[in-house]
Design a protein around this ligand. Structure first.
Ligand code: KMT
Ligand code: NI
Length: 179
């Protein structure tokens, strides 16, 4: 089950277990309120899981691939890990299904505070287009994720500030973002 909490400072160190852990827990309802959706499917036999298949069909997630983020396996590891942790948005949803390992997604709340979301095996997280976010591994330095997409994938990150982008403005007005 996903856990989420407010970070105690803006500048937390990466690769620390529960880095920035506070007692200010964030609920799934609070995440939904900023457009972040969470699902849970057993990753052992997910290809045959009815609910997983249903999610993909209903939302049009036709594309999928795998990415394993760990120093030994990911080409250009240092640069990629660095860019994942730069605050950015995308023009489309970011859909990540965790098949193994763990990590953290940080997302901004309506008042521009960081919420840290712990993601572990079996979690499927959907970030809406236009939400400012970043990703980091934890101290285990290993995550294996399935990336899903509607049609031909576009992974381009647009680093903050990207406030003039159409998708950002759409997100801000749809979810009543104050910042
Ligand atoms: C992104 O755009 O933030 C990422 O793809 C992060 C790596 S996938 C867990
Ligand atoms: Ni991203």
């Amino acid at each position: 089950m996903v856990k989420a909490w407010y970070l105690n400072t803006d500048e937390v160190l990466k690769n620390q277990k529960n880095a920035g852990l506070t007692d200010k827990c964030v609920t799934l309802d609070q995440l939904r309120d900023i457009g972040v959706e969470y699902f849970h499917f057993d990753s052992e036999n997910y290809e045959n899981n009815h609910d997983y298949k249903q999610l993909r069909t209903s939302r049009g997630y036709t594309y999928n691939d795998l990415i394993t983020i760990t120093r030994k396996l990911l080409p250009n590891y240092d640069a990629k890990v660095k860019s994942f942790f730069e605050e950015h948005i995308h023009t489309d949803e970011e859909i990540r299904y965790i098949l193994d390992g763990s990590g953290y997604f940080d997302v901004r709340d309506k008042k521009d505070r960081w919420i840290r979301i712990e993601i572990v095996k079996n979690d499927l997280l959907i970030l809406p287009a236009g939400i400012y976010h970043r990703f980091t591994l934890d101290h285990k330095d290993y995550i294996k994720v399935q990336r899903l997409f509607v049609g031909e994938p576009v992974w381009t990150p647009h680093n903050r500030p990207a406030d003039n982008m159409q998708e950002r403005q759409k997100y801000v007005s749809q979810f009543g973002i104050l910042a």
